[in-house]
Design a binder for this molecule. Structure first.
Ligand SMILES: NC(=O)c1ccc[n+]([C@@H]2O[C@H](COP(=O)([O-])OP(=O)(O)OC[C@H]3O[C@@H](n4cnc5c(N)ncnc54)[C@H](OP(=O)(O)O)[C@@H]3O)[C@@H](O)[C@H]2O)c1
Length: 360
């Protein structure tokens, strides 16, 4: 293992250390036995000790924030970008040239089609050649490719819940190539806590706007839609995928709950879906297929890298309902990043990620 045997601790830099995913990376990496945090950036808080902004890290993180220019990112073994889209792609070439691995929490290295990227993110992709080699960071689906990757575009928060919720129904590994569901009419009714919108000031996430309230948004098209469709097509190995994706903002801080509706085909009517899901995920340390009839709660994964899934077939009919919960900041972002980092450095995949969810 590179980190343990050859080079000592893995030197980690974080660009965007003051945001919600940034502080979540700090929480996880400060407890990781093979990691030495070496650089944390903030343009607005440069000079401030990290533990002054986040007292939860007092005694655990001794670094100060530095500007991205002052941070010695080229001397790191790996850099996480916990920044808005467009930041990682501006620095990727130089970092890779200095043998620094990259994990981007934003969308720069997720969509493979640069026209789609420009359409949904309102900017041209500046390094398509690096995008071509980037691996999509969803360990349960892309484990072997992530192990060999220099650069990983981590899966988005909603896309993680939807893809892992549907993978057993689409992957030829579990379907044997049969079309068990009508893949062209999938519905994903997804809800997120307000931390999904980041730490920046916005009217919609003010306490008096978001608490005691519940609403859908971006129904005509959300940026995660093309990412989910791209991922589902790759899992299925064909292009006949159509998704209606409706995200909602809920009055909680952390958590995503996706309720997925699929119509079974004739070929899919006699399948034991509980068994299918249990088999598909039997060796996955972070995916829990709950007993039949369960109703997973977001608080059962809060603060942990776990994702819990329950399968229902109401009235024994031809509609399957899959319930999925995850913590958007952990399995939906920073925990997923640490999981992929472990794979990239040959470490046990669960290292630093064994926290039990915080309840109540
Ligand atoms: N929140 C979630 O649940 C979630 C889940 C999955 C993925 N993501 C993605 O992860 C990324 C970070 O999300 P977040 O929620 O942590 O955002 P956030 O709370 O808004 O934080 C953004 C961070 O990026 C820094 N930053 C902003 N512009 C920058 C620039 N041009 N150069 C360098 N640093 C810059 C900010 O610090 P300064 O302005 O001080 O430099 C801040 O630390 C986003 O792309 C988001 O889509 C978020």
């Amino acid at each position: 293992m590179i980190g343990i045997l050859e080079n000592g601790m893995i030197k980690v830099g974080i660009v965007g250390g003051t945001g919600y995913t940034g502080v979540e990376l700090l929480r996880l990496l400060a407890q990781h036995p093979e990691v030495e945090l070496t650089a944390i950036t903030s343009r607005t808080e440069a000079g401030m000790p990290v533990a002054e902004m986040f007292p939860s890290l007092r005694g655990r993180v001794a670094l100060k924030f530095t500007t991205p220019d002052e941070a010695k990112l080229n001397e790191c073994d790996v850099v996480f970008f916990a920044t808005p889209h467009g930041v990682a792609m501006a620095q990727a070439k130089e970092l890779l040239a200095n043998n620094v691995k990259i994990l981007d929490l934003a969308a720069d290295f997720r969509l493979k089609d640069i026209k789609e990227f420009a359409k949904w993110y309102g900017m041209e992709h500046t390094c398509p050649e690096i995008l071509a080699e980037a691996v999509y960071g969803l360990a349960e689906i892309n484990r072997e490719a992530i192990k060999k990757a220099r650069i990983v575009g981590l899966a988005g928060c909603y896309p993680t819940s939807v893809q892992l919720g549907l993978a057993p129904l689409l992957s030829p590994k579990s379907t044997g190539g049969k079309h068990l569901i009508d893949g062209t009419h999938i519905i994903s009714d997804s809800k997120s806590g307000t931390s999904g919108a980041g730490r920046k000031a916005e009217i919609g996430t003010l306490l008096s706007e978001a608490s005691d309230n519940f609403k859908a948004y971006s129904v005509k098209g959300h940026r995660h839609l093309p990412e989910i469709e791209q991922g589902l097509k790759a899992i299925a190995g064909h292009d006949q995928i159509g998704l209606t994706f409706v995200p909602h903002l809920t009055p909680m801080i952390r958590g995503i709950h996706s309720t997925l509706y699929v119509r079974l085909t004739e070929a899919g009517k006699d399948v034991d879906y509980q068994k299918l899901y249990e088999n598909f995920y039997k060796d996955e340390p972070f995916v829990d297929v709950m007993p039949a009839g369960s109703h997973p709660e977001t608080r059962s994964v809060r603060g942990s890298n776990g994702i819990r899934i329950a399968i229902h077939r109401p009235g024994g009919g031809d509609t399957l309902v899959i319930l999925v919960v995850e913590d958007n900041l952990v399995k939906g972002a920073s925990g997923q990043g640490v999981q992929c980092m472990n794979l990239m450095f040959g470490l046990p995949e669960t290292m630093g990620l064994t926290q039990i969810a915080v309840s109540p």
